[in-house]
Design a protein around this ligand. Structure first.
Ligand code: F6P
Length: 524
């Protein structure tokens, strides 16, 4: 259930923001803001666990930020956050608690007992650590097993994007001698290309599915199992493991090695659970524990920092400002580190599956916009593709740069050039360039946020991801929506089942002429 008592657009803070937007917000100029306020960078930048954030190149002043924080207060963001951390069933449409944060909570101490109480959450935490220890023990055994050279994760959505993004991001920490493959698409080209390079005796398949019913994953898992048996593979218990809340279904599928988790872990929030096993195998027990610890540090920041210095809250309120007052409909993610190349895809699911909602938690139609479209590519590649539009297009797209101070390679010159480019893009978006000729004119005043990690490590990646989770939580709370369900993906699944049958039979009765026509073409 949402803890929100007043819809965001009915609050006095919203009204104040509307007036402020008309009076100064829409004509706000970053260049004059910097020229008139020597403190601007200090005021709008801050440290948070394991990273630094510069928000100063955003279209905001202190008075507006105060109003946005008032909006957060008036919409019950703090109560909603506390309800999540208390284990309340804030995922109302599914009647579930939302406790991915508990997966990174250290084992129980006197301090955590005070926080969690002696009741259910303590029991849940014990269960979390039982599975975590078992999974990390298994990960270490696989790492030590030189006969296993290839680990294939079969899963989709949250059962793919999180572990895939993190294994790539932490490639510098991955155990040499093991290769990691991620198969998500039901398109057989993907699985068949991976299988071509594998031998059953040296392959470990991880079947990752919260529900163990997702058709793509079940189809790929079935084909992988058939391939394994056809190629003479014998020991399913050694070569297949399941990561799921539905251990019974995994057993029925024939997998006896299983690592479970709980319905209070949403798919897109599940990389911290057994779904993170590929990452644990890749970077080892110590690395995975650091990943959890970095996220936990961000949890504590989110839970306890005053709103004014609470980074997830500040980022989320900027998101609200841009979406609902400026009317910007997208945000571009620009990671200036090639290992973060799947970060935009990961964040797309996190934000758009969580907050892409048109009704509030009570099911009533909303009168304001919610999730922006997220998109992006690593820098500097994006600069040579779509940055043209960011600089000179008709739409303003706030950009979120993610940079890493220390590289992990020693090629001379590259990193300085990369860092010069990320700084230059943020600067160019803001300052623009006056040119009477039109084509060469850059309007400037285009907003960006700059997130800076000292190094890309398991700890800092954990903190970065938890930051993004909590930021999505806050904007969802302001909008009064349930950020933890995803009914919007269901209709297509049902229709695909019906159309799969019709593709076999050729039955087009009751279909619209377009679907029927295309189906006919696909059959002949
Ligand atoms: O269909 C959407 C979705 O439910 C996502 O939320 C989820 O991450 C993905 O499918 C995979 O689900 P599962 O882990 O149950 O296979």
């Amino acid at each position: 259930m949402s803890t929100q008592s007043t819809a965001c657009n009915q609050t006095s803070a919203w009204a104040a923001l509307c007036s402020a937007f008309s009076a100064v917000g829409q004509s706000f100029d970053l260049r004059s803001a910097f020229a008139t306020d020597a403190e601007r960078y200090q005021i709008f930048s801050q440290s948070a666990p394991h990273l630094f954030a510069d928000l100063s190149k955003n279209l905001i002043d202190s008075a507006t930020e105060q109003m946005l924080l008032d909006l957060a207060r008036q919409t019950g963001v703090e109560q909603h956050r506390d309800a999540m951390f208390a284990g309340a069933a804030i995922n109302g449409t599914e009647g579930r608690a939302v406790m991915h944060w508990l997966l990174r909570q250290p084992p129980q101490t006197a301090v955590t007992t005070a926080l969690l109480g002696a009741g259910n959450l303590s029991n849940e935490l014990k269960a979390v650590h039982v599975v975590l220890n078992a999974m990390l023990g298994y990960a270490e055994a696989v790492r030590a097993d030189e006969l296993i050279t290839d680990v294939v994760n079969i899963g989709i959505g949250g059962s793919d994007l999180g572990p895939q993004m993190a294994v790539l991001a932490l490639e510098a920490f991955v155990l040499p001698g093991k290769r990691f493959h991620f198969v998500s698409n039901v398109d057989g080209h993907e699985l068949s290309a991976v299988l071509q390079g594998l031998k059953p005796e040296s392959t470990l398949f991880l079947i990752a599915s919260k529900t163990f019913t997702t058709i793509e994953t079940m189809t790929n898992a079935g084909s992988a199992k058939s391939w394994f048996l056809r190629q003479g593979g014998a020991n399913i218990a050694r070569h297949f493991a399941a990561l799921t809340t539905n251990v019974e279904a995994a057993k029925a599928f024939g997998i006896s090695t299983t690592f479970g988790f709980w319905d209070w872990v949403g798919g897109r929030y599940s990389v911290w659970s057994a779904i993170g096993l590929p990452l644990a195998i890749a970077i080892g027990e110590q690395g995975f524990r650091q990943f959890l610890a970095g996220a936990h540090d961000m949890d504590e920041h989110f839970r306890s920092a005053p709103l004014q210095r609470n980074l997830p809250v500040r980022l989320a309120m900027l998101d609200v400002w841009y979406r609902n007052f400026h009317g910007f409909t997208s945000r571009s993610i620009a990671p200036y580190h090639s290992a973060l190349r799947r970060l935009p895809a990961y964040l797309q699911q996190l934000e758009m599956e969580s907050n892409g909602k048109r009704v509030n938690a009570q099911g009533q139609t909303l009168a304001y916009g919610t999730s922006p479209v997220l998109w992006g590519e690593p820098g500097t590649n994006g600069q040579h593709a779509y940055f043209q539009m960011l600089h000179q297009g008709t739409d303003v797209v706030p950009v979120e740069f993610v940079a890493v101070k220390k590289p992990r390679h020693d090629l001379p010159g590259h990193h300085a050039l990369l860092m010069a480019n990320v700084l230059a893009q943020a600067q160019a978006l803001m300052v623009g360039k006056i040119d009477a000729g039109g084509h060469r004119h850059f309007p400037g005043n285009r907003p960006s946020t700059f997130l800076l990690l000292d190094e890309l490590t398991p700890t800092s990646l954990g903190a970065l991801i938890a930051l993004q989770e909590h930021r999505v939580f806050v904007s969802g709370a302001v909008w009064g929506i349930n950020s933890f369900d995803q009914w919007g993906v269901e209709l297509g699944k049902v229709l695909a089942k019906d159309l799969e049958r019709r593709l076999q039979s050729g039955d087009v009765a009751g279909l619209d002429s377009s679907t029927a026509g295309l189906l006919g073409r696909l059959r002949c």
